[in-house]
Design a protein around this ligand. Structure first.
Ligand SMILES: Nc1ncnc2c1ncn2[C@@H]1O[C@H](COP(=O)(O)OP(=O)(O)OP(=O)(O)O)[C@@H](O)[C@H]1O
Ligand code: SF4
Ligand SMILES: [Mg+2]
Length: 320
């Protein structure tokens, strides 16, 4: 059994006029010590997936059906008191903007000590924090500083420290480096790699950067309009993608360009969840579209080590 199993998850959001499904029947799993990247265009539902696993969805959102099993326990049934224990001890999350997740009026030490779980004295908790500061390669004096005295990279190191301080089985990193400059990003990525391998943590890494995802993770799951359309080993995905959307994402990578070639984008836009195209949601942008694609949803099928949802390979799963 994996660390995480998400089964047939449907999550909706109630807007002013109607309820729409943002996550549309997604299923996936993360194995022990496995690092999986979740990629897809902006608005495809990556953060929603992460927030569902943390049970930190916005108020207007609702888990309609499905299961989220962490270490075999279905967290959908857990109340907030139980979730407070699960968050940190079993699963924790690093966000894109560290500054908006640190309280400006408390010292770093104060906030980190608050995160330490278990029956420890104040002194023991402080010791644990000092230890973790070393692990995230920050000097001890940071303990006494306020968030505004730290650079973005240092703040993200603090967030990483807070996320791993209770040794969770699963870490979710939602675009942890997009707010940072390139060299700071590389240092943070290398730090994450080191910590993941030292502590043997399973990881969901959310990113727009497929090249980084290939370098960072064992597998890549591709999201489109609230569905996972392909799950493949990283090297397989970049070398021979199965889904037309994955193929387009990879064709747009800068390293695939010839000299002076125009920058490519995927024609069309991510559909609005309140008026999704019928059938396969990618059909208006797909060069391989057939008549069936506009009417029905493709089933997920296994090809080698990959899973894909597309009529080029599979059959009908349901009438749209
Ligand atoms: N609080 C909210 N209220 C209404 N709709 C929302 C809310 N948060 C997100 N959405 C919608 O849900 C969809 C999925 O959002 P999500 O944040 O998961 O996308 P994402 O893949 O993480 O995008 P990005 O790469 O830009 O972070 C988007 O279309 C967005 O418009
Ligand atoms: S199901 Fe049809 S429209 Fe959708 S990605 Fe496959 S070929 Fe393209
Ligand atoms: Mg997001």
């Amino acid at each position: 059994m994996g660390i995480l199993e998400v089964k047939n998850l449907i999550v909706s959001i109630q807007s002013l006029y109607k309820k729409v499904n943002i996550l549309r029947n997604i299923s996936f799993s993360i194995g022990k010590n496995e690092v999986v990247s979740l990629v897809g265009e902006s608005g495809s539902g990556k953060t929603f997936t992460a927030l569902s696993i943390m049970k930190l969805l916005p108020q207007a959102a609702k888990i309609e059906t499905g299961e989220i099993l962490i270490d075999g326990e279905n967290i959908i049934e857990k109340d907030e008191k139980k979730m407070v224990k699960i968050r940190g001890e079993k699963v924790s999350m690093i966000f894109q903007e560290p500054s908006s997740h640190l309280n400006p009026v408390f010292t770093i030490g104060n906030q980190m000590v608050e995160c330490v779980k278990g029956n420890l004295t104040k002194g023991e908790k402080k010791e644990k924090v000092i230890e973790i500061l070393k692990e995230v390669e920050l000097p001890e004096y940071i303990f006494y500083q306020y968030p505004h005295q730290l650079s973005g990279g240092m703040q993200q190191r603090v967030m990483i420290g807070m996320a791993i301080i209770n040794k969770p089985s699963l870490l979710i990193a939602d675009e942890p480096t997009t707010a940072l400059d390139v060299s700071t990003s590389f240092r943070i990525i290398n730090l994450l790699k080191k910590l993941i391998s030292t502590h043997k943590i399973s990881v969901i890494f959310i990113t727009h950067d497929i090249s980084l995802a290939v370098n960072f993770s064992d597998k890549i799951y591709v999201m489109y309009a609230g569905e996972i359309v392909e799950k493949s080993p990283s090297k397989k995905l970049i070398n021979s993608p199965l889904h037309p959307y994955s193929e387009k994402l990879i064709a747009c990578l800068p390293e695939k360009y010839k000299k002076r070639e125009k920058i490519k984008t995927i024609e069309g836009t991510v559909p609005d969840f309140s008026s999704l195209p019928s059938g396969c949601a990618f059909h208006p942008r797909c060069p391989y579209k057939k008549e069936i694609c506009e009417k029905f949803l493709p089933e997920e099928i296994k090809i080698g080590e990959s899973y894909v949802r597309c009529f080029r390979y599979g059959k009908i799963t349901k009438n749209n």
